[in-house]
Write a protein that binds this ligand. Structure first.
Ligand code: FPP
Length: 251
């Protein structure tokens, strides 16, 4: 099994996933796109379980981007309904497994029912400590960064923040992800090699992993493979290879 190859002392704390390929998966089967999204929920369950079992602290899933509103109304409505149903259905399992639900994105732009169910799910799992499952909903990085810049500018203009004190850490504190460590690994399924406005600031040093597997087919084994690939890479953070191996010796 792949899990034998995982080094538990070198697990990423935070993994972010772009769940892509639901539509193509459905098309291949001669089914409507919405069937692909529904089947994608099985993959969501699989990775959430796998991540919690391994001891990953944060798992962020790109469930609906700001750009997704431009899809046909029928598909958007179906996705919103699916979210409500899934959150409701999985709530007991999340609590049983001590998993906390969180969301990033412009939640005020979601339909009332979706927002309310989501906020309820967040509230009812707030005490859980094993892992945080973050749903990116009506999310786009550029929106998040612009909002952060506006809030920061307001603090400066009202005298609550000294502009000379602003640095990357201070700025991070204005993002939706302020209490979440940066992802070390970002996975995208379906063979697309793009970041698509997802965690642009936070993924500055993330290792990117692309797989041709379509999201509804993504299973624990694929997730393990991504982690093993991550662990075999040398993470240098701008240093030389020699400096990195010296640091490793010291540790
Ligand atoms: C991308 O596939 C997928 C989405 C836009 C939605 C992802 C949503 C789910 C998996 C449903 C439930 C999620 C949660 C967290 C409850 P695509 O439609 O872009 O596929 P394509 O590129 O093949 O068209």
């Amino acid at each position: 099994m792949y899990t034998d190859q995982i080094i538990y002392s070198k697990l990423p704390r935070h993994i972010a996933i772009i769940m892509d390929g639901n539509g193509r998966w459905a098309k291949e089967k001669g089914k409507p796109r919405v069937f692909g999204h529904k089947s994608g929920v099985t993959a969501v369950r699989e990775v959430t379980e796998a991540a919690a079992e391994l001891g990953i602290e944060y798992l962020t899933l790109y469930a609906f981007s700001t750009e997704n509103w431009s899809r046909p109304t029928f598909e958007v409505n179906a996705l919103m309904t699916l979210l409500v149903e899934t959150v409701k259905q999985e709530l007991a399992t999340l609590n049983k497994n001590n998993i906390r639900l969180k969301a990033i994105g412009d939640l005020s732009g979601l339909p009332k029912k979706t927002r309310e169910t989501l906020l309820q799910g967040i509230e009812m799992t707030a005490q859980n400590t094993r892992m945080t499952l973050v749903l990116a909903l009506n999310y786009s990085s550029r929106w998040e960064i612009v909002e952060a810049a506006k809030k920061m500018a307001l603090d400066v203009s009202e005298g609550n923040l000294n502009i000379d004190a602003v640095n990357a850490d201070v700025f991070s504190g204005y993002l939706n992800t302020k209490d979440i460590p940066d992802p070390e690994l970002m996975i995208r399924t379906s063979g697309e090699h793009r970041i698509s406005n997802y965690l642009l600031w936070q993924a500055a040093y993330a290792e990117l992993y692309f797989t041709s597997v379509l999201w509804p087919d993504f299973r624990k084994e694929h997730f393990y493979q991504a982690i093993i690939d991550f662990q075999n890479r040398e993470r240098r953070f701008g240093k030389t290879s020699e400096q990195v191996s010296e640091r490793n010796l010291e540790n």
